[in-house]
Design a binder for this molecule. Structure first.
Ligand SMILES: Cc1cc2nc3c(=O)[nH]c(=O)nc-3n(C[C@H](O)[C@H](O)[C@H](O)COP(=O)(O)O)c2cc1C
Length: 201
């Protein structure tokens, strides 16, 4: 079982990374092989709009730190996509990364019932955190869930609301979300004994 985590917050110990890492830790404890990509520490650019991935190749022709990331997403069983909400959308780091996933889409995506180059059957965990209340920024998870579904992922959402930028206040408020992250990991990657129980029931 391979898990790739795309960490889109500039803060390694902030709310978003903490929730994503809870999933990762639980997955690792269940034997998964994990690759973490902390976008803020990587050297890459957003999509240059050359459309070579629609006419010449099936991959993005830009060669930088995202090259391996995009490849790993394709070969993973589970991908964690994590970002804070910045200015009513994902972070700049995450948006530049996400634009590069344009290479996942086939040229005839508008009419093709199988629009994605990503193999079906993968799971995506979309982690979003924001300072505002639950009824704000619903469009953010709706649009990124939409694209991940189009790529063929089965999407699980962890949406942490009312998260503050003050790290000391994050500790308690974050618990329901780190718990949810661990629960989803446990559900996706049962231990041997749990597999047996599922099989028996
Ligand atoms: C530049 C910037 C823009 C932000 N914009 C929003 C916003 O539009 N809506 C919101 O609810 N929170 C906004 N926030 C707050 C963060 O989304 C929130 O505190 C988040 O949990 C921080 O995650 P982190 O700890 O991973 O950095 C913003 C924070 C920053 C730094």
């Amino acid at each position: 079982m391979i898990v790739t985590a795309i960490l889109g917050s500039p803060r390694k110990k902030g709310a978003t990374s903490t929730i994503a890492q809870s999933f990762v830790e639980e997955a690792e404890s269940r034997g998964a092989e994990v690759k973490n990509y902390f976008l803020h520490g990587m050297d890459y650019k957003g999509c240059q709009g050359c459309h070579a991935c629609k006419s010449k190749t099936e991959d993005c022709v830009m060669k930088d730190d995202l090259t391996a990331t995009l490849e790993d997403i394709k070969t993973s069983d589970i991908v964690v996509f994590a970002s804070p909400v910045h200015y009513w959308d994902v972070s700049g780091q995450f948006k530049s990364f996400f634009d590069r996933t344009w290479s996942f889409v086939k040229p005839d995506y508008k009419t093709n019932p199988e629009p994605s180059r990503v193999q079906k059957g993968k799971k995506a965990v979309l982690v979003l955190s924001q300072a505002d209340m639950e009824d704000v920024h619903k469009d953010v998870y709706e649009k990124y869930s939409f694209f991940l579904s189009m790529y063929g992922f089965e999407v699980y959402l962890i949406r942490a609301v009312e998260m503050q930028n003050d790290a000391s206040r994050i500790t308690e408020a974050i618990k329901p979300y780190t718990t949810k992250a661990r629960e989803i990991a446990a559900q996706m990657i049962p231990k041997d004994k749990e597999w047996a129980e599922r099989f028996d029931s």
